[in-house]
Design a protein around this ligand. Structure first.
Ligand code: ADP
Length: 624
């Protein structure tokens, strides 16, 4: 992160932003990776089996309950009529069926507890595992991956998608198991109670399924669109709030408010439509199901009147058929859950399975004592993976001998920072090669290269929200406090750090003490120094500073560069006059190379650049 340039997005066309969101809506989710799912589930298999078995027991008991209830009701119903007159004892007769019922309820309670416990345990552990794997995979991805994906999207996969996947999976197991067992069990029960009545009710099942599925899928697609719209509105707010300075600077407040209102309104409309849909669905299905109850009561009453059925049996039948109806409805809902869960899971597995083209570690290491730091770019051509058609470097050649300082200058967009990024191996060259002491960069261990060999200081150093001490130690975690302080001294940072309220233990970064640009830069220099790199890359390190801080930072830098191979990318030509060699870049090519004096005399592009800058400077002085 320390090496990222902060880019402030200018307010783009509203049209573009909406276009972007439409594209992502149309983007298909990748297929669900069942093998990866199995690997994830395997360690939790015991919890899974316990949860499934417990859920099965609960549903089997649920199937029993209506029958036992019927038995109890039969006894009760009998006593309202002739039994009391015959002198039979109610307590005696009700005892056996009620004890059975009570036992069932107890078993149901115990196994409900057990399936929820095991299910939760399984779900949480799988989610934990997924987050761990996903984060791990993120940190291994190429920088190109981060060019392609927004941070918000990645965070979303780590949080919302994992959450969605977990809860859907749990739901499918608990509800799915229960619903299916109950449908089958209660189906058998009602058949044994009354085959005729069961037959008639059974005829209605396909109708329920068909209408439920049709309406359900309609509602689901509506719900998906509503959800997506909420995300679009949030995205608009997020982008605006996190770039508030730019919004303010362009006086775009009203436009942003209008855009946000428009998206929020659209989201409200969709959610209202969804509400209406759900209302119709609920009301309609209640009416329909109550109709069935009425029908059963009517037909059952008829059977009771003709002595073909007992009152308790009718009661059992009603409860059991209600259970079937409820379970069918659950299955319908579950289908939606299944789709949501697998697509969330697919998005998570997609990134877990992604292998970066540039590994983060592994490869050759040059032993410290034989590492010289000779750098050579030979016929390098390069295009960023996100824009393969735009060749940023074109047959670029540059040698930086060990211990020398080469400055790269040229108009903005000429490819200077790209050269620095290639040296860090953030990207691989498309053609040609980069070598360090004759070894191709692609054969060297990237972790060693970045962690020990190349120090990188750029225009916008990043401080983490921790102490100054830890911020510097980020450069080399094994460093002792003394080494950190020594590095800070070399970087001209010791004095101002000591003047902070808690010295080196002062928390900086977003919520800590405010640090000026020059101070930040010196902390970054200390950080880079700590790993004692053979090669140092300074990417416009002082161009964001005012003249006074620049002088202090420059002094620190001149001490820092001693004895190292240095590549300095500079905006202000005055800062690089003491470079051994100055290389001028234009459109991805090296166009001039020489010393400051030599190039000036040559009267080419470099001389032009100097003239331009002198003009700008004198214009600035005139203005002040
Ligand atoms: P300089 O440092 O000389 O200003 P850069 O190396 O930053 O030039 O950029 C050279 C070209 O590469 C520019 O056209 C720029 O738009 C493009 N570029 C820079 N970074 C990226 C990136 N991450 N993805 C795609 N294109 C990029």
């Amino acid at each position: 992160r320390a090496d990222c340039k902060v880019q402030i997005a200018p307010p783009r066309e509203v049209h573009d932003r909406l276009q972007g969101s439409k594209e992502s809506e149309e983007k298909q989710d990748p297929p669900f990776d069942w093998l990866a799912f199995w690997h994830l589930l395997k360690p939790q298999l015991h919890n899974f089996v316990l949860a499934v078995v417990s859920a099965m027991v609960v549903s089997l008991v649920n199937v029993q309950v209506p029958i036992l209830l019927g038995e109890v009701v039969n006894v009760v119903a009998m006593f309202t009529r002739e039994a009391a007159r015959e002198g039979r004892n109610f307590m005696q007769e009700i005892y056996a069926p009620s004890i059975k019922l009570v036992k069932c309820y107890v078993v149901q309670a115990v196994f409900t507890f057990s399936y929820i416990t095991f299910l939760t345990r399984m779900g949480e552990r799988m989610a934990d595992d997924l987050r761990h794997q996903l984060f791990n995979s993120f940190l291994k991805q190429d920088i190109a991956f981060y060019d392609r994906h927004k941070t918000g999207e990645l965070v979303n996969r780590l949080t919302a998608d994992v959450q969605d996947f977990k809860s859907s999976f749990k739901m499918c197991i608990s509800q799915g198991m229960r619903s299916i067992t109950q449908i089958i069990g209660c189906g058998v029960s009602i058949y044994f109670i009354s085959p005729q009545l069961a037959g008639v009710t059974g005829l209605l099942v396909p109708l329920i399924i068909a209408s439920g599925t049709a309406l359900g899928s309609l509602l689901r697609s509506l719900s998906r669109r509503a959800q997506h719209q909420v995300a679009v509105a949030t995205g608009v707010a997020d982008e605006c709030l996190s770039n508030m300075r730019t919004v303010r600077a362009f006086a775009m407040e009203e436009e942003e408010t209008r855009l946000f209102t428009q998206e929020v309104d659209r989201s409200r409309q969709l959610n209202e439509a969804l509400g209406t849909g759900i209302g119709i669905f609920q009301a309609g299905s209640n009416l329909f199901l109550n109709g069935i109850v009425m029908g059963i009561l009517f037909a059952g009453g008829h059977l009771i009147a003709t002595n073909e059925m007992q009152a308790g049996d009718l009661m059992s039948f009603l409860v059991a058929s209600q259970t079937i109806q409820k379970s069918l409805a659950q299955l319908g809902i579950m289908f939606g859950t299944y789709v949501r869960g697998t697509s969330a899971g697919a998005r998570v597995f997609e990134f877990i399975n992604l292998t970066p083209e540039i590994p983060v570690k592994g490869g050759k290491i040059i032993p410290y004592h034989s590492l010289m730091g000779n750098i050579e770019f030979r016929n390098v051509s390069f295009a960023y993976p996100t824009r393969p058609d735009q060749e940023v470097l074109n047959n670029f050649n540059l040698r930086i001998p060990a211990g020398r300082m080469v400055a790269l200058v040229g108009a903005s967009g000429g490819g200077k920072s790209t050269v620095a990024q290639l040296l860090e191996r953030f990207y691989d060259v498309v053609r040609g090669s980069i070598t360090i002491d004759g070894e191709d960069l692609r054969t060297l261990d990237p972790a060693w290269l970045r962690g020990r060999v190349v120090g990188f200081i750029n225009q916008e150093p990043i401080l983490f929200a921790t102490t100054v001490m830890e911020n510097i130690r980020y450069g080399f975690p094994a460093a002792t406090d003394e080494e950190v302080i020594q590095a800070a001294k070399t970087a001209n940072a010791h004095d101002f750090i000591e003047s902070f309220p808690d010295g080196y233990n002062t928390v900086v970064g977003e919520r800590g003490v405010a640090v000026s640009g020059g101070q930040k830069q010196r902390i970054a220099i200390a950080r880079a120094l700590l790993k004692n790199p053979r090669i140092l890359v300074l990417d416009e390190a002082t161009s964001a500073l005012d003249a006074e801080s620049e002088a202090v930072v420059q002094e620190a830098l001149s001490r820092t560069v001693e004895g190292r191979t240095v590549l300095v990318i500079a905006h202000r030509l005055s800062t690089i006059q003491n470079a051994n060699v100055i290389a001028v870049m234009q459109h991805g090519r090296l166009v001039e190379i020489g010393t400051h004096e030599g190039l000036k005399k040559m009267g080419g592009i470099y001389a032009d650049l100097i003239r331009q800058q002198q003009q700008e400077e004198s214009a600035n002085t005139d203005n002040t």
